[in-house]
Design a protein around this ligand. Structure first.
Ligand SMILES: [Mg+2]
Length: 224
């Protein structure tokens, strides 16, 4: 895929959002580990993942095994998680211009569904890992792994390339390690935190942002 920006026609934009700490203002899964893990084993897995000793699938599988939470408590916790208020505004703006929006997440479908419900979720395509609730256990499944790469549980790059289509102007908005790979295929990258550090280090073209208000301002101007 070429990285030069094609002539910008609104309908050619194809927008991909990360979820944790991008649409939401904190990493929900990390917060759940702190709040609901039965012991401290998740911390070692987190360290091993950060040091590159294990991929996110191994880390997530191990960490989720240590969580104890039933459906009522999980639903109550998730009802308190709100997306960035500019997310809804952005979706309305994109919808008005017929721009397709996809969420690519290394978190789990149940969590995304609960948080995005009532926030234009009907207008989004959502791809993530999957979760089944069984008593106070959470059982994960990983339908979007890449057999040749063990870094991410959900290979966002694969889904992005499959969904972007030809001649589209790919926009990627993210913050973390699982966003590095897909951002490399985007024409316009909004980056914060770890993704921003990576873009700066590797001299990848990007737009730094702190919250979706800035992303909204960018598109409001360009799509006027
Ligand atoms: Mg994230």
């Amino acid at each position: 895929m070429k990285k030069t920006i094609p002539p910008i026609k609104p309908e050619r934009y194809r927008v991909f959002f990360d979820f944790d700490n991008t649409i939401t203002r904190k990493d929900i899964f990390d917060d759940m580990l702190v709040c609901f893990s039965k012991d401290q084993r998740w911390k070692k897995l987190e360290r091993d993942w950060r040091e590159g000793k294990i991929g996110s699938r191994a880390a997530l599988s191990g960490q989720i095994k240590g969580i104890r939470i039933n459906k009522d408590r999980l639903d109550s916790y998730l009802s308190g998680v709100k997306p960035d208020p500019y997310f809804k505004k952005l979706i309305h703006l994109f919808k008005a211009k017929n721009i397709k929006v996809t969420v690519l997440s290394d978190n789990f479908d149940y969590i995304l569904k609960k948080v995005l419900d009532g926030n234009c979720s009907g207008r989004l395509k959502i791809y993530s890992n999957r979760l089944r609730l069984s008593g106070d256990r959470l059982i994960p499944a990983f339908p979007f792994t890449d057999k040749r790469c063990r870094i991410c549980a959900h290979c966002k790059k694969k889904n992005l390339r499959r969904l972007a289509g030809r001649n589209s102007t790919i926009v990627y908005i993210g913050d973390g390690r699982s966003d590095i790979c897909p951002a490399g295929y985007a024409h316009i990258v909004f980056a914060k935190e770890e993704l921003l550090e990576f873009c700066r280090k590797e001299k990848l073209k990007h737009i730094p942002y702190k919250g979706l208000k800035q992303v909204y301002a960018y598109f409001k101007k360009r799509l006027a």
